[in-house]
Design a protein. Sequence first.
Length: 239
Amino acid sequence: MTKLSVNINKIATLRNARGGNDPDVVKAAMRIEQFGAEGITVHPRPDERHIRRSDVYQLKEAVTTEFNIEGYPSEDFLRMVLEVKPHQVTLVPDPPEAITSNAGWDVITHQSMLREIVARLQSAGIRVSIFLNPQPELVEHAASTGTDRIELYTESYAVGFPSNPESAIQPFVATAEEAAKHGLGLNAGHDLSFRNLHYFASHIPNLLEVSIGHALVSDALFWGLENTVNLYKRELHRP
Ligand code: PXP
């Protein structure tokens, strides 16, 4: 069964707009778990424009499902995750000023750096996932970093899905098949939504986890958080 991990960055963005503690990020994470999500994802950035370092430490105490921390592996980021020890760290190559992640790793150029970081995290008992574009030829290079999983960067799927779902999904199926050959676990995320989630999950073999933030939190404004988490889970799991 594919796990739904909810990325709560947008809830922190709303809180930060007024400087107080509304909405409470930790309370939101706990509710999201109660409503059935199987994981909580955060993507702290150096400027703390949404999730703050202090949130990460508080969430570690509160989250009872899978805690996934995404980020660029600066020394600061690595120190934090090695202290917090979440279940999973997802390494993304985005520069600090990026609005959101906008590419997967160049696993050929950065192979030795990634290998060293993956080993450091794994020796602390943390599972590692590497954000990757849907290109099957990259999978063997990702595998040679020693990573446990890859997270497929799904933006191109989300963009192509409305006009041509078959062609939008094709590189993801090919990359997923290659990942299975190399024994890599498979996650996916970015721009997944209520509309495109079912088609994606039902076409990708061995999908272990999706992380969804923007669309889910936006839908929750209209549908309510509990209802939205349940609707996304239904889309993820219906045949
Ligand atoms: N995966 C990664 C690596 C991300 O950076 C993000 C956005 O923070 C997501 C998944 C979730 O994307 P979205 O907010 O579009 O659902």
